[in-house]
Ligand binder design. Structure first.
Ligand code: GTP
Ligand code: MG
Length: 585
């Protein structure tokens, strides 16, 4: 997800025309944009992928243009942040609009299509997803539709690049022509027109439902939808946890420990004389030792497999179905089912998750989801660290950590729902078609996510490990440990070396977990350390995005709340746990 809020919106000029790419959410705008401009933007099979605009250049014959991928909107009423972006583009004006219609949902798409005609901008319609419409037995008479819309209609299959040249061709030829503007219609009038059009152009043909169509239906009903969801969850966890462990144990750890680290150690020992500098590089917390082992051998396999599975679920259209099944439970905590997607994105990384809340209709809901994500949803890196730490040593502790995370989501949700003024507005949760993910966009998305992880995570992690090496080698760690000793040793019952976790956890969430690996901890201590890490602090990048999207007050507030909970809960677990152990033992 990219944001360009600070960039200047391109204006049309003599030699460069401005094309707005508009339509309902999840109709294929971003795929069309990527294919036409060569600029990759993320597409996913659910509503609200694009919440900010992106633009890219196109050259057609000897003409130049700029296309803007506008966030999807159902209407021009601007009820969400993403919709406001869309309407502001229309008001600024453009040379031509490409309005993308979902052929499997014509009536609903026509609502926006007709409203757009009230602006003095020529429109060309792309009738997209006709492959899926055909699969479902929906037939649309394109010629009649053109007559009724009084504008060109081009049938397209965006993912297969079908019809896109022609679409661009028509867009350029319309440019400069005077658009016929239509009088503003009331909602009733508009729906009357929509009925008239669909009756005229659309027909159905009965087709024996395919396996995927049956699945579309079955995944939405509590039975067998919920068992299917549980199965998907267990399978996904199996791939991520089991696969990650195997990758780590069989390939990455041996590679790092037997080949890479010895190699660097030998070279450094040869060049750098014994002492603090050598230790910084290859000592206990050496950047060339831990700085490679932690990010690449411990975290990377889990993050990679998480995105392999998650991106697949995303593109198949399965995720919103979980939203439907979980809607009841989510409503109890004051969150509409539609917001489940940003929450699930949070298990990858909190930054896109918080940006994704822009599709939410009310401020209250945005801030609630953002807080829940920052509070108690471990990101992929942090989960990787938990799996690495607890997977081998205490499976029970691992389960307890995630159980606590769920319980916190509910408690915090309920409290916020009561405390924050305003209402969560029912959000339209649109259920997309189940599709076999498009291979090109799937791999591109996976590649981009891994690139982001490597750039966003590895850099700060290196810095963090550098700091660890420095404070360990210079003895600063000892003074810090003495200072916060009462808290760490007394209240939390952890060895004083665990204060390194607290220090590094400020930089990134997984760094609050990983230093515990080096310590010999009891099961109770593992649990306590993990609980501190679970809540502790959202990482620096999350602070940044919270401040930008909301305010400094909000991000500081969330920070104070999480850090207080971290020490409170973890300490309580330690005190109660120790008491029980003393009674039993
Ligand atoms: N089978 C099929 N799938 C398509 C077609 N066009 C797009 N898709 C898929 O439909 C989904 C939605 O595409 P996007 O490009 O993300 O939709 P969008 O309109 O940008 O959605 P928002 O950003 O949410 O407004 C993706 O999973 C695409 O791969 C098509 O013509 N045929
Ligand atoms: Mg999009």
């Amino acid at each position: 997800m990219s944001c360009h809020s600070e960039q200047v919106v391109p204006v049309s000029s003599e030699d460069k025309i401005k094309i707005l790419l508009m339509g309902n959410p999840n109709v294929g705008k971003s795929v069309i944009f990527s294919k036409l401009t060569g600029v990759h933007v993320t597409s996913s099979n659910y509503v609200g992928t694009t919440v900010d605009y992106t633009y890219g250049d196109v050259n057609y014959k000897n003409k130049k243009g700029v296309i803007i991928d506008v966030p999807g909107t159902y209407s021009l009423e601007a009820s969400s942040e993403a919709e406001r972006v869309a309407t502001s583009f229309l008001e600024e004006g453009a040379d031509v609009i490409i309005c993308v219609l979902d052929a499997t949902n014509l009536a609903r798409n026509l609502d926006l299509a007709l409203s757009l005609r009230e602006y003095p901008i020529p429109i060309v319609y792309s009738l997209n997803l006709i492959d899926v419409a055909e699969r479902d037995g929906i037939k649309i008479d394109k010629d009649k539709l053109e007559v009724m819309l009084k504008a060109p209609v081009i049938p397209t299959v965006a993912i297969k690049n079908k019809g896109l040249r022609e679409l661009l061709d028509r867009a350029f030829s319309l440019c400069g022509q005077k658009a016929e503007t239509f009088p503003k219609q009331s909602e009733d009038e508009r729906w009357a027109t929509i009925n008239e059009i669909t009756n005229e152009v659309q027909s159905y043909e009965y087709k024996e439902p395919t396996f995927i169509q049956k699945l579309e239906y079955l995944t939405l009903k509590p039975w067998p939808g919920i068992p299917i969801a549980l199965l998907v969850l267990i399978l996904s966890l199996g791939v991520v946890v089991g696969g990650g462990k195997a990758l780590r144990a069989l390939i990455l750890l041996p590679l790092v420990n037997n080949v890479i680290t010895p190699f660097f150690t030998r070279i450094v020992s040869f060049i750098v004389p014994e002492g603090i500098f050598r230790n910084l590089l290859v000592g206990e917390f050496g950047i060339l030792k831990i700085g490679i082992e932690w990010p690449f051998a411990l975290i990377l396999p889990y993050v990679f497999l998480f995105y392999v599975v998650f991106s697949f679920l995303e593109d198949s259209g399965y995720l919103p179905r979980i939203g439907v099944l979980a809607d009841g439970a989510l409503k109890k905590i004051g969150v509409q089912g539609g917001n489940i997607i940003p929450m699930m994105l949070g298990y990858g990384c909190a930054v896109p998750a918080i940006l994704g809340t822009r599709a939410a209709t009310t401020y209250k809901e945005r801030i609630m989801v953002a807080t829940l994500v920052s509070f108690a949803i471990p990101c992929a890196s942090q989960s990787g660290a938990f799996f690495a730490l607890l997977g081998d040593k205490s499976f029970l502790a691992l389960i307890l950590v995630y159980l606590l995370s769920f319980m916190t989501l509910f408690t915090v949700g309920i409290i916020m729902d009561k405390v924050i003024k305003g209402k969560g507005q029912p959000m339209l949760l649109e259920i997309p078609n189940l599709l076999l993910p498009d291979r090109t966009s799937y791999f591109k998305k996976l590649k981009i996510r891994m690139k982001h992880f490597l750039m966003d995570a590895e850099g700060p992690m290196f810095v963090g490990i550098g700091i660890a090496a420095l404070v360990a080698e210079t003895g600063v760690l000892n003074s810090i440990s003495t200072m916060i000793g009462p808290l760490v040793e007394g209240w939390l019952g952890l060895p004083k070396e665990a204060s390194l976790s607290l220090l590094l956890g400020i930089i990134r969430r997984e760094l609050a977990v990983l230093p515990l690996l080096e310590l010999d901890l009891s099961t109770l201590q593992l649990l306590v350390g993990s609980v501190v890490a679970l809540f502790y602090l959202p990482c620096l990048a999350v602070f940044g995005v919270l401040t930008k999207e909301f305010s400094l007050k909000v991000s500081l507030g969330i920070g104070v709340a999480t850090i207080t909970s971290a020490f409170l809960f973890a300490g309580l677990i330690n005190q109660i746990g120790s008491l029980i152990l003393a009674l039993v033992g």
